[in-house]
Design a protein around this ligand. Structure first.
Ligand SMILES: Cc1ncc(C[n+]2csc(CCOP(=O)(O)OP(=O)(O)O)c2C)c(N)n1
Ligand SMILES: [Mg+2]
Length: 431
């Protein structure tokens, strides 16, 4: 495994008796940190903003001519699992193409967000979860939702705000989950807010006397929020099983990653939380799976959170309304050659020979047939009945019961209610 060494030296300041304060306070002043890096290629270019008049454009500095890296052989995935992940990735992409067409036909209510180029990251990460684990996806992780048991039909109906969609037409994009069967927390648009929520889910499981993996995602833009720090630090201190994918897709809206943070790799952030950080090529399903699997296993053994930086490129604009004109064309060409599906297909068919050409074609045809049937069903299904418009958004008294999924805490239980005199007084005051 390639290792990346970071050496951080505390600043030298003038001290007493000729010794620098750094030496007196930090006798062991040379500290070395390791960030494992699974990538087989380390792109070495950066983007520079150039202003012209009132406008800006981005120029690439560096070499874009490197040969396309192979898929790194997984330490864990066998043929059957690899083909399953590939199938999810195909479905993920085909579904998003269908959604784009439905949008252009005026059938989608609201916008559409795409995970083009990020299918390996969504599908292979969610594939590492066990049934009893939890996940909180972001808008581009439609593949994770598919792996976790939502159908393409559910997602397409949701985007068309149909009566039979997960939110029954009350939300027109991604804000849905399933806390009963699939253990999926709905995405939260406020960037970073899923992190403390998933930490809380892991804490909830801990209180039930078991450790689970609680996976969530944040972008290169969103990871700068304060709540990311708070949620991750809490998980680190409590050794909660958070598995955080930092999806570095090089853009936050139209701002390049190079203008959003000063660290070279976002995985370096892990050093400051005192948790493992790891870098993977987010276009390589095997690398994503291996890192996710190892992080989930740590989580399930009560060893705390892991931060995984997945590097890739957002291959469309922020959402369907954004044509991504600001992205230099050669950058698209560079990453198109690193397409996660085409490379995984080549790996399965030509490198591993786990799929014959005929089997591959059959699999693709099956995915397309499934998708078409789901799309036709979703298009033909009714919109919500206008008479129901007043319901199903806010909770009305006794409209439904919210039951704890697992019951009362089993470990570390303290009696509820005020304990100290001060707390008792505060409680009275609140009444
Ligand atoms: C706290 C917060 N600030 C700003 C926004 C508006 N916003 C939504 S998406 C986005 C860009 C996110 O970029 P990134 O985190 O890199 O994710 P990507 O879209 O690339 O997947 C912003 C700024 C928000 N939703 N929440
Ligand atoms: Mg981004």
């Amino acid at each position: 495994m390639a290792k990346k060494k970071k050496t951080l030296t505390p600043p030298k300041t003038s001290g007493v008796n000729g010794r620098s304060r750094a030496q007196s306070q930090f006798p062991d002043s040379q500290r070395t940190y390791t960030i494992p890096d699974y990538r087989l290629e380390k792109p070495s270019f950066s983007l520079r903003q150039v202003r012209f008049g009132d406008g800006v454009r981005y120029e690439i500095k560096g070499d874009l001519s490197a040969p396309v890296p192979p898929i790194r052989q997984s330490k864990y995935l066998e043929a059957k699992q690899s083909i399953e992940i590939y199938r999810w990735m195909l479905l993920n992409r085909r579904m998003e193409t269908a959604l784009e067409n439905l949008y252009k036909q005026g059938k989608v209510v609201g916008g559409v967000y795409f995970g083009l180029g990020q299918e390996a990251c969504s599908c292979a990460s969610a594939y590492a979860l066990h049934r009893e684990d939890w996940m909180g996806p972001m808008i581009r992780n439609q593949g994770s939702l598919l792996v976790r048991g939502f159908s393409a039909r559910d997602i397409m109906m949701q985007y068309m705000a149909k009566a039979g969609s997960p939110t029954k037409g009350r939300d027109a994009s991604s804000h849905f989950g399933d806390i009963q069967k699939r253990n999926v927390v709905s995405p939260i648009s406020t960037l970073g807010d899923l992190i403390p929520v998933l930490s809380g889910v892991a804490l909830g499981a801990r209180l039930q006397g078991r450790n689970i993996a609680a996976m969530t995602y944040i972008g290169d833009g969103g990871q700068s929020t304060g709540v990311t720090y708070e949620g991750l630090n809490f998980a680190a201190v409590q050794k909660l099983g958070l598995v955080l994918f930092v999806e570095n897709n090089l853009w936050g809206y139209s701002t390049p990653a190079d203008m959003q943070f000063c660290v070279k790799d976002l995985a370096e952030r892990a050093i400051a939380y005192g948790i493992p950080g790891i870098i993977v090529d987010g276009t390589d399903a095997c690398q994503v799976y291996d890192a996710a699997h190892e992080a989930c296993e740590r989580a399930r053994h009560g060893q705390g959170p892991t931060l995984i930086e997945a590097k890739m490129m957002r291959m469309k604009g922020h959402a369907i309304h954004d044509a991504a004109e600001y992205v230099p064309k050669p950058l698209f060409e560079y990453w198109r050659k690193r397409d996660p599906i085409a490379r995984f297909e080549n790996y399965l068919v030509n490198v591993k020979r786990w799929l014959t050409r005929d089997e591959n074609e059959k699999l693709i045809a099956e995915v397309e047939a499934e998708l078409e049937a789901d799309r036709d069903f979703a298009v033909a299904s009714p919109m919500p009945d206008p008479e129901t418009v007043n319901g199903g958004v806010y909770c009305e008294a006794d409209c439904h019961q919210i039951k704890p999924k697992y019951g009362a805490p089993k470990v570390g239980v303290t009696k509820p209610g005020p304990v100290t005199r001060k707390e008792k007084e505060a409680a009275v005051h609140l009444k």
